[in-house]
Design a binder for this molecule. Structure first.
Ligand SMILES: [Fe+2]
Ligand SMILES: [Fe+2]
Length: 170
């Protein structure tokens, strides 16, 4: 059996590493603000592409709807909360980007700390609740199909690009 949840779990590890890398840029705000600005810009690109395009898309377009088909009203609870979080994360990133572009580095960092905190909570809920629920309501045939759709999504978006982003973070 191929395990699509494991793929998402591994992406969470990459996203968590990227979050902690950005927290490590704090001293750069004073020491080398231009570097901070360009590093943060790179990571905003990472969160927009890797976390949102590659990762959230697989959850939103494939995993969550498939879970919803198996269990009525699932969409009203924790799944809706996850979708709302994804949309909040998009707004927060846009705010962080505007502040960074405007040279408001302390503010951009403060917003990033909030983004970090909320994204870590989100990942914990998915790892501990949502993914466990997926494994309990989907059978191995469903999981296989989801896994192959995940691989298609990744290859349509570009595996080379995905690997380059993973390398940048690690
Ligand atoms: Fe998510
Ligand atoms: Fe996730």
């Amino acid at each position: 059996m191929s395990n699509p949840v494991e793929l998402l779990y591994q992406e969470h590890q990459v996203i968590k590493k990227a979050l902690s890398n950005v927290l490590g840029l704090k001293n750069m705000i004073l020491e080398n603000p231009e570097n901070y600005k360009s590093e943060l810009k790179n990571y905003i690109g990472f969160f927009r592409n890797y976390a949102d395009k590659f990762h959230h898309q697989k959850e939103e377009n494939i995993l969550f709807p498939e879970m919803g088909k198996k269990k009525e009203h699932l969409g009203d609870g924790v799944i809706q909360e996850m979708l709302d979080n994804h949309s909040d994360f998009r707004e927060m990133l846009a705010d962080i980007e505007s502040l960074n572009n405007a040279g408001e580095f302390d503010e951009s960092f403060k917003k990033f700390e909030k983004y970090n905190h909320e994204l870590l909570n989100h990942i914990a809920v998915e790892d501990d609740e949502v993914f466990q629920m997926a494994l309990s309501i989907l059978d191995s045939d469903d999981l296989d199909k989801i896994y192959y759709r995940f691989l298609d999504t990744d290859s349509n978006l570009g595996m080379d690009n995905k690997h380059a982003m993973e390398k940048m973070v690690n």
